[in-house]
Design a protein around this ligand. Sequence first.
Ligand SMILES: [Zn+2]
Length: 96
Amino acid sequence: MNRWHPDWCAGGHRCGLGEHRADPLAVDVPGLGRALLIRVRAADGREHAEVTLTVALAAAEPYARRQLLDLTTDLTRVLERATRASARPKGGIRNG
Ligand SMILES: [Zn+2]
């Protein structure tokens, strides 16, 4: 296990298997949802942000389904904008 931690690493149980993880940063938008962001340095040294998004959906269809469809479009734009200034790793980001 890597015993050297970057200054932003939360340490403890959050990092292991060569990975370092920051404390989560929560962005709450009352009545709309929440975003949880975590900075991660993978075992290969590359860094990425893990983002968990919680969005309030409409109680009725087809509105909830439409919201989900809009989310896929909007999230594509977010990914494009967020990675514009970074070197994109060949093969993309690994899932899991
Ligand atoms: Zn660490």
